[in-house]
Design a protein around this ligand. Structure first.
Ligand SMILES: Cc1ncc(COP(=O)(O)O)c(C=O)c1O
Length: 436
């Protein structure tokens, strides 16, 4: 039962602001369902017309501790009234946040450098990797997204990131990811025995100029459509990299801070990376990202060589500390796992009923619902997505979309969501699926 009243989307105040937006902002600034946010608390968003919505987006997997968490808000306010920026001069907040964060890492990662955005963290990882290994090439994957800057673009495998933007930073060698629902090789798991990994040496053999130093990978591919590789795939990839003395960089900008039900997604298989890129949930609303790494790797960088105007600023550092406090006190990773399991089984039931729901995948509170043409049950259907998102908004649920083909609903609520709220959201989705 959906307890939320049906509403007009966009409402009159939203329409006026969207009209103003069109006159002063470029079209690329608007890519969501037309809801103009006013304020939010926990998992509830209120728009400028006074309509309330359950948020299944967390912005874009950012507000892990929930919108305007009082612990986070107080920490930011207190810090803002004392000191906001001092560039790279150390502060108690930065040093304490670093020491607290390092304790959450797998044991081999013992250093962390703060930056502001996810792209900055992946760019930094690429620079450190080149310096440390002395090599320019890096294996990356079809469907990968590591940011919109030119270095990140060179290791991204999404058309929308590259289209008509010219030549990215060279050195990226692209290989197929384990997108088993749409296998690049047309194979089936587990019979394939990770065939895609077996092809890596051939791909390198034909594309590399013998200057390969590293691998960069997402533990699940976010932008490609919340694509989760089968269990063991990441472990095998890490083994392959280790056997060839390649540095392994795992991009956990979106998969970290409890999102999958563990602090870091690599913990699920105990994978060892030499660098970890972090962002989004780390500040849970405040711009804050970080590059984690092994001491010996970071030693190749001289003082000042990674600096960034906002990196490690006192307000972001205070925010990161508050986020770590909240995560621990409220056991958010555990909640993500518990609520995520219930939600996923609800979606699996829907998959049996609705032919347009081609695939349901995910872990913790990050799931992808892949919409397909009901006629054949497989052809990607971006048309249905637009209609579903609009219907759900009218019924009080905010959703986002991702996917190589733009046909995947992203389910990623703040990790503080209760089972009841999550299931209300699922009811709204089911009503939407019935009506599209
Ligand atoms: C895996 C991954 N890496 C990097 C980024 C880039 O982060 P940002 O948008 O903060 O630069 C994103 C953003 O969605 C991401 O999902």
């Amino acid at each position: 039962m959906n307890p939320l009243p049906k509403r007009e989307v966009p409402g009159p105040k939203s329409r006026a602001l969207l009209e103003l937006s069109r006159t002063v902002e470029p079209p690329c600034a608007v890519d969501q369902v037309p809801v103009v946010w006013d304020h939010a608390e926990r998992v509830w968003v209120t728009d400028v017309d006074g309509n309330r919505y359950i948020d299944f987006t967390s912005g874009v997997l950012v507000t892990n501790v929930g919108h305007t968490h009082p612990g986070l808000v107080q920490a930011i306010q207190k810090q803002a009234s004392r000191l906001m920026n001092c560039y790279s001069f150390p502060t108690p907040e930065r040093v304490t946040a670093a020491s607290r964060l390092v304790k959450t890492f797998p044991p081999n990662l013992d250093k962390v450098f703060f930056l502001s955005t996810g792209s900055e963290a992946t760019e930094a990882a690429l620079r450190v990797a080149r310096r440390y290994t002395g090599k320019q090439e890096i294996v990356a994957f079809y469907g990968a997204f590591h940011g919109r800057t030119y270095g990140a673009m060179g290791v991204s495998g999404i058309q929308g990131v590259r289209r008509q933007f010219g030549v990215p930073v060279p050195g990226g060698i692209m290989a197929p990811y384990a997108y088993c629902y749409r296998c690049f090789y047309g194979r089936t798991y587990p019979e394939c025995e990770f065939f895609c990994l077996k092809t890596l040496d051939r791909i390198i053999g034909s594309s590399s100029s013998d200057d390969l130093g590293a691998v960069i990978v997402e533990p699940y591919q976010g932008t490609a459509g919340f694509v989760f590789p089968p269990e063991g795939w990441l472990t095998e990839l890490a083994k392959w990299a280790r056997q060839r003395s390649l540095l392994l960089i795992v991009d956990e900008v979106q998969s970290s801070f409890g999102r999958t039900g563990k602090m870091y997604a690599i913990e699920w298989e105990g994978v060892r990376a030499q660098m970890l890129c972090l962002g989004k949930g780390l500040g849970s609303g405040v711009a804050c990202s970080a590059l984690a790494g092994e001491s010996k790797v970071f030693e190749c960088m001289s003082p000042g060589e990674l600096s960034s105007t906002w990196g490690g600023n006192p307000v972001s550092s205070a925010a990161a500390l508050a986020v770590l406090d909240v995560m621990e006190k409220e056991k958010l990773a555990e909640n993500a796992l518990k609520v995520g399991e219930v939600l996923k089984s609800r979606f699996m039931e829907m998959k049996k009923k609705y032919r347009c729901l081609g695939d349901v995948r995910g872990r913790g509170l990050v799931m992808g619902l892949e919409l397909v043409d009901p006629k054949d049950g497989y052809t990607p259907s971006p048309e249905l997505i637009g209609r579903l998102i609009q219907r759900c908004a009218e019924n009080g649920l905010l959703l986002g979309k991702v996917g190589i083909y733009g046909n995947v609903i992203r389910i990623a609520p703040p990790l503080v969501i209760t089972q009841e709220e999550a299931l209300t959201g699922a009811d709204i989705i089911e009503a939407g699926l019935k009506s599209i």
